[in-house]
Design a protein around this ligand. Sequence first.
Ligand code: F6P
Length: 489
Amino acid sequence: QELLHGALPGAEVLVVSNREPYIHNRQGDEIVVQRPASGLVSALEPIMRACGGTWVAHGSGSADRETVDANGRIRVPEGTPAYTLRRVWISDAEQDGYYYGFANEGLWPLCHIVFVRPSFRADDWRAYREINQRFADAVVAESRTEDPVVLVQDYHFALVPKMIRQQLPKATIIAFWHIPWPNAETFSICPWRREIIEGMLGSTIFGFHTQFHCNNFVECVDRFVESRIDREVQAVSLGGHETRIRAYPISIEWPPSALGSVPARDKCRADVLKDFGLAAGTKLIVGIERFDYTKGIPDRMKAIDALLTRDPSWKGRLAFIQVAAPTRSKLDTYSSLQSEAKSLADAINTRHRDGQAPIHLVARHYESTDVFKLFRAADVCGVSSLHDGMNLVAKEFVSSRDDNAGVLVLSSFTGASRELSEALIVNPYDTEELAAAIKRAMTMPLEEQVERMKLMRQQVRENNVYRWAGTMLVDAARSRTRERILGLT
Ligand code: F6P
């Protein structure tokens, strides 16, 4: 946290993201506050609590409008206000084009290698551009200085850096892409590839989770935009403006604040066994994420099926608890995934039930204390994403295990697998390999679990989210100084 505070003393910090950190919903006479299931929000929230400033985001809750002032502002969190949330309003029709359409039917499948065909429609692109402009204008309106530090988040806002740069040329804009970036061949199918890249190059620094994604991005710049690339320092110059491309592996708060109210392992385990009606001694495998086709949820269930078919002695002795928070359900790819997963769970349970069912699919949002409770109760955490920029679930599982026990089974197609090499790393497309890894995890001797977990905990503790943000802000501070001494601003 010191790194964070020391990096840019006195600078004004603004964050832009689609998802808001606090959602106000009306339930009867009451207004309840909900935290979204979003890795982005869980990473940035502690930073904003530490830095203060303004977070510009889409107001999406049913009571959001009732809780803000005339300018769409509210101080958060409630009770211990630390920063301002400025809500931007988006109509349903605009949301269909900008969020469901271009962002989630175009860019999301384009960037994740999961073989879902991206759809690109001119109307969606128009809505995406308009909403990007609305958010850029909100940032400019909120900014009190001519050189704020603006943190632009994710694929919803590829055009925002350039749009802000046009109005605030002295701003330090750090943009971060929370999902993977594909190779140039894949990216070339996007009809607006040049506009997207040029929009991103309005930033001072553009960050990705891994060096691999940075390299892919630079290749795309090389192929689709006329610019000058300095490969040694990974910088791109376009129209007299330079953007540095950097890898910043995102992480989590250490220790996560929600852990404070979670009981010790034995109590968590007893509660979870009771809640799911499971026998004492049952091996618990957990999976927790948004109900998204990139996460490999059916693949994990198929691995449990394969394991029980190959080795029926596990029947009645293991339980796979899959919590999946429904998301983007308006899109066919998401609603059909939900039905596919439910039918698969039923079929596997019919085949392998022995006293108790092997698969427990909970299709709802869990608050973070319940998530951590499940992590603490588990013998194994399964992360089998088919493709994932980072995957913070893997890091949260590790953070919850202060008993140094528990095994992480982790897809090699996550950014996290580069850092957590002591996990059992698997190819989730290989059902037999995944099944074998789950079995190995359930039978791993405690000493080996402890050895592996200690190393992973050290990795996440040292490279926590404050370091992620701190490193970006230190790099931003250096660019500000460099530009000033070189007389560029
Ligand atoms: O990190 C990827 C991401 O799409 C974030 O942008 C987003 O907050 C999160 O996953 C959840 O997605 P959504 O906001 O569409 O529910």
